[in-house]
Design a protein around this ligand. Sequence first.
Ligand code: UDP
Ligand code: MG
Length: 324
Amino acid sequence: MILTLLTGGDVVEAKPLVSLIVPAYNEEAVIEETYKRLKNVMEQGGYDFEILIVDDGSTDRTPEKVKKICLNDKRVKLIRFSRNFGHQVAISAGIDRAVGKVAVIIDADLQDPPEVIPGMIEKWSTGYEVVYGVRKKRKGESLFKRVTAALFYRLLRQMTPIEIPLDAGDFRLLDRKVLEELKKMPERRRFVRGMVSWVGFRQTSVEYVREKRFAGTTKYPLRKMINFAIDGILSFSTVPLRISSALGFLSAAVSFLMMMYGLIVRIFYPSRVMTGWASLFVAVLFIGGIQLICIGILGEYLGRVYEETKKRPLYIVAELLNFD
Ligand code: UDP
Ligand code: MG
């Protein structure tokens, strides 16, 4: 989608501006290399570009390093958060500030190879509004992470009516139209990959090999991963609520059958004494457990409703660099 401008009779092809959105949290070990790789790929492809690095409240030297890069290259812009707000919020801040005709979200740790970007732009120029990267292979990630991730994407797919692609992360290209729609979505617990699917438009994929982290360690420990997975499911599905009603019906049905059994024994076999406080005890605990689980599920949704009603800003910017 190259814009053709008419200037003094000559046809000049102006390249569309590409915004690269890079969330970074304690990435001092990689950020300079990431900048170099991104810059090289974009310059070699002859693209006009801006790199928005969103510093998500790093406690290491990431912001200092980014500032240094910003001084030498005005195409690099820094959005520094006042504290850690999370990966998905950092991406959203990048989307809010990007001015490109098209944007690419890419991790700071070079697990998403920048060399895939030209292929994404190529597909975009044939008319797709979303080009998401599908991980053909994941390198340098534990078996546990690969298995749980694969299961999660499949479970999510079962639970939501929208088509969320399998094995695709946030490494993706978004057209301006999609960016504008995403900016209208104020939700707190953000699951960007689901939000992009929800928005719709023409979407396609490119396959890539997810590399090993270039340096540093993962910023997604198990606890964060579990929270992220729960957010993904609860933001896009009410199936868990349905499951809790189903559990209720199931236990009511079982207790009804038990009651009938008790009555029949009582009426027709009065000599047979029904004993067993153990079974009674187990049944009470079982029902109690199911009730607590159902209340918990309800509570998860209610807590999210509470968060939304407070209408706090999604993030707080402490510093902006190289924005006009
Ligand atoms: N990240 C972030 N805020 C966080 C956690 C992570 O901005 O609270 C960034 C991180 O710097 C990286 C990207 O999100 O650029 C993905 O994180 P990471 O590579 O640690 O996750 P993994 O690839 O191990 O799932
Ligand atoms: Mg990573």
